[in-house]
Each structure stands twice: as structure tokens, then as C-alpha cells.
Write a protein that binds this ligand. Structure first.
Ligand code: NDP
Length: 312
């Protein structure tokens, strides 16, 4: 253990929250080390245009925005590393984090910005055909199904956004909505309902994705009448929300019943002093790039205060 690298401020995660924390922590001379995780740039790397992030009057592509964030953090001096934090030990100070199941590093403070990941339905056929026509990212995979029939399940803003995206590429988008109404904002619903090649199936559940090696159709069921239908299609997109990436901290940090980390109101402080959380892993309400970035700023300022107090 004596050879462990020791860092002052460890940041876990590389979405808007993690990079913003890195920018602020660098400027406060905390010499932050940031591990990017399995998806450098986070969820914004699988979106198209971001129109609601202030400072980009003409909009910006999500992946480019994350490159900009990373470059800014690097320019401020953040040490940004490719790698996963695979375990943590928060039981004593300095805290310890295992990297890529290979080495441990020690940290005086930790900022958690691990974000959230797409949820799956849990159908065996969904898992079997994942990557062979089943996807949780229309923006990543829609292109492969140009001119074909596809389906999407979900009725939130993400599902509507992705259905609209797919409608521009694919011949027909079958949209499965499990209730008689959508959760999405009115403006998104209206856009979907006005798009001629999006066919909305109300009160409908996916039963099974069919196809031997790749998707060729899908069995759906109307949950009011029980009627089942097989719809021919080439791809099935799942857009039913997200799960916070907090498994690493189970049993150590306070979480709500869905696994979102609990921070003290008006701060990024978790129940362990010196461990801070920001972005989607602790936010199930706003979940925006700009609110994640704002909370990353809060976490760095909280860490700066904490580390400053340790030194005096
Ligand atoms: P949401 O949690 O808002 O919606 C999830 C949707 O999936 C709901 O319609 C839900 O149905 C449905 N669903 C969940 N589980 C199942 C299941 N097992 N079978 C079928 N359907 C299921 O997630 P989103 O990812 O859409 O959005 C997350 C947040 O991000 C929201 O706050 C949203 O407003 C925001 N957002 C904003 C955007 C924008 O402003 N442009 C774009 C994308 C997201 P039910 O309604 O019945 O529960």
C-alpha cells in the first residue's frame, strides 16, 4: 500500500458535472485527477444537437461540447485519465479507489460525477438481440436502419426526441406507449403526433423481440384488450429512462430507493465528509447539462473548502 499514488482531489466521471468540477478544482490549485469512466464525455456523447446550453447561440453537437469541456479542463491543468474506478474504500482517510481492477490510488477528497445510464426492459430477447437491432441509443444506431421500419418504447422526452430523430431516417417508427398518455412535455408530444411516419400505439407493451440473429419483428400487446400483434421491423430502440451509476457506493453512501446519491440540501456533500456528488448521479429532477455543470462547480467549491479546512 505504501507505493500508492496519492492525489489531492479525485474526480470520478467525465460528463458536464465531472469536467466542470475539474475546471474549478484546477483553478483552485487542487490538482484534480479525473477518471473518465466507460463512456468518456457521458450521455452527451450519444445525443445530437444541444440547443439549450447557454453560450452556444447556434447550438452545438453533444459530443463536440464534451470535447470543449475536456479541453477547457485540461487547459486549466486537470489530469484527465482514461480508466474506470472499479472499487472504492471510503471507510478511512485518505480514501482509496481502485483503478481498472489493477491499482489503488489514495485521495484526500472525492467528487463523484458518475452520471446515469439507460434502463432496459428486462426481456430475455432484448438482451439476446442487443447490438443486433436492439439499442438504447437511436442517435448512435438509427443510421444503420435508414429507410427501414423500426420501433421505440417509451413516452418521455427522450423517447419523443429519439422517435423524431428516427422519423427522419426510417420509413416508419412504431412508438409503444404503455399508458393512454405520454409523460413527455406537450411540445415534444405535439411534434411526435404531427409526424406522419410515427405511428403511436397507446396502452401497448412490448412482449418479445423476434429474430434469430437479428431483429426481424416484434410481438406487442394492447394491455387494455390483451390483443397481441406481430409488427415487422428491423430495429427496436429502448428509451424508458435512466438509472444512476451509483452501484460502486452501495452500503457506503446514502441513496434513495432508486439509487440516486443523497446530497445535503444546497450543497454537494454526501453523508461522508470529504466525498461530494454532482450531476445526474444525484439529480433525478433536472438532469440537464447546464444543471449538471452547475452542480459540478458546487462540488469543486465544496471540496476546496473541505481541503482548505484540513490543511489549517
Ligand atoms: P422519463 O423517466 O421522463 O420517461 C420514461 C418513459 O419511459 C415514461 O414514459 C415511462 O412510462 C416509460 N417507461 C418506463 N419503464 C417502462 C417500461 N418498462 N415499459 C414501457 N415504458 C416504460 O425519462 P426520459 O429519459 O424520457 O427523460 C428523463 C428526463 O430528461 C426528463 O426530465 C426529461 O424531461 C428530460 N429530457 C429533456 C429533453 C429535452 O428537454 N429536450 C430531452 C430528453 C430528456 P410512464 O410515463 O408510464 O411512467
Amino acid at each position: 500500500m505504501s507505493e500508492n499514488e496519492k492525489v489531492h482531489c479525485l474526480i470520478i466521471g467525465s460528463g458536464p458535472a465531472g469536467y466542470t468540477a475539474a475546471i474549478y478544482a484546477s483553478r483552485a490549485n487542487l490538482n484534480p485527477v479525473l477518471y473518465q469512466g466507460i463512456q468518456p464525455g457521458g450521455q452527451l456523447t450519444i445525443t445530437t444537437e444541444v440547443e439549450n446550453y447557454p453560450g452556444y447561440p447556434n447550438g452545438i453537437m453533444g459530443p463536440q461540447m464534451m470535447v470543449d469541456f475536456e479541453q477547457q479542463a485540461q487547459r486549466m491543468g486537470a489530469d484527465i485519465r482514461w480508466g474506470m474506478v472499479t472499487k472504492v474504500d471510503l471507510s478511512q482517510r485518505p480514501f482509496k479507489a481502485e483503478i481498472d481492477e489493477e491499482k489503488w490510488i489514495e485521495a484526500d477528497a472525492i467528487i463523484i460525477a458518475t452520471g446515469a445510464s439507460a434502463k432496459w426492459l428486462g426481456l430475455p430477447s432484448e438482451e439476446r438481440l442487443n447490438g443486433h437491432g436492439v439499442s438504447a441509443c437511436a442517435v448512435c444506431d438509427g443510421f444503420f436502419f435508414k429507410g427501414q421500419e423500426v420501433a421505440i418504447v417509451g413516452a418521455g422526452d427522450t423517447a419523443c426526441e429519439e422517435a423524431l430523430y428516427l422519423s427522419k431516417l426510417c420509413s416508419t417508427v412504431h412508438m409503444l406507449v404503455r399508458r393512454g398518455e405520454m409523460r413527455a412535455s406537450k411540445v415534444m408530444q405535439d411534434r411526435v403526433l404531427k409526424t406522419a411516419n410515427i405511428k403511436v400505439y397507446w396502452n401497448t407493451d412490448p412482449v418479445e423481440v423476434l429474430g434469430e440473429h437479428k431483429v426481424d419483428s416484434m410481438r406487442i400487446r394492447n394491455n387494455q384488450t390483451g390483443e397481441e400483434t406481430v409488427v415487422p421491423l428491423k430495429a427496436f430502440f429502448v428509451a424508458i429512462g435512466h438509472k444512476p451509476n451509483s452501484d460502486l457506493f452501495t452500503g457506503m453512501l446514502d441513496m434513495d430507493e432508486q439509487g440516486y446519491l443523497i446530497t445535503q440540501p444546497g450543497s454537494s456533500r454526501t453523508n461522508i465528509e470529504g466525498v461530494f456528488a454532482c450531476g445526474d448521479v444525484q439529480d433525478k429532477i433536472y438532469r440537464q447539462a447546464v444543471s449538471a455543470a452547475g452542480s459540478g462547480c458546487m462540488a469543486a467549491l465544496d471540496a476546496e473548502r473541505y481541503l482548505g479546512a484540513l490543511e489549517h
